[in-house]
Design a protein around this ligand. Structure first.
Ligand SMILES: [Zn+2]
Length: 211
């Protein structure tokens, strides 16, 4: 469905609780440095926990061009879920403030006209403009289409005759995880996020360690 998440990995702590979402580079870095192992569901409903060598072997046997990172003679699958191998690498359960996460919070909808757009058609808008001391943070930044952003210009919404669909807030970790997991590509994450797979029509698999 979407390519937004196919190169992101859900990171679990040693208690198999989700603690972070990382891009593919960070995922490989954790894997190659031995700070994390890759988790992959197996047909009997449990999970394989693979170190980097095992993951490379698995990638060779299960090539998937749409989810791979390619080098000259190696195709590595992007691991959908990682398990941290030590306790001292537990990131804070806080949603990072960045462009894409603002779009995700706002469900890719312009917060002024309410229409949904693709990432390339969206912009970030300071509700209170910067030259009026508007901050660049979760509480003052919203998703806006280029047209609405240009119309609002350097004004407060009411001065431009515009109304925000929803007051922007910092997303809570758990609700943000649910937003991300609604994406079809995030289905390997569902068992770890407490999301019923019946809603998504995928096979229910309970985490259990086999390796
Ligand atoms: Zn708009």
């Amino acid at each position: 469905m979407s390519s937004r998440l196919q190169h992101r990995a859900l990171v679990l702590n040693q208690a198999w609780q989700p603690v972070n979402i990382v891009g593919v580079r960070r995922a490989f870095s954790l894997l190659f440095q031995g700070h994390a192992k890759a988790i992959f569901p197996v047909p009997d409903g449990s999970y394989s926990v693979l170190n980097v060598e095992e993951w490379m072997e698995f990638s060779q046997k299960n090539p998937d061009p749409s989810h791979s990172l390619r080098s000259v003679n190696l195709a590595l699958l992007a691991p959908p879920v990682l398990l941290l191998t030590s306790y001292d690498r537990v990131p804070r359960r806080e949603v990072r403030f960045c462009r894409r996460n603002v779009y995700l919070r706002d469900a890719y909808r312009c917060q002024y006209c309410g229409r949904k757009f693709s990432e390339s058609e969206l912009t970030l808008d300071h509700v209170v403009p910067r030259d009026r001391n508007g901050k660049t943070n979760w509480e003052n930044i919203v998703t806006a289409c280029a047209r609405c952003n240009a119309r609002k210009a350097n004004r407060l919404p009411h001065q431009a005759g515009m109304v925000l669909r929803r007051a922007p807030t910092r997303p809570r970790w758990q609700s943000f995880m649910s937003i991300l997991a609604m994406d079809a590509d995030a289905s390997p994450w569902h068992p770890f996020l407490g999301i019923s797979d019946e809603q998504h029509g995928t096979k229910n698999t309970k985490p259990s360690l086999i390796k």
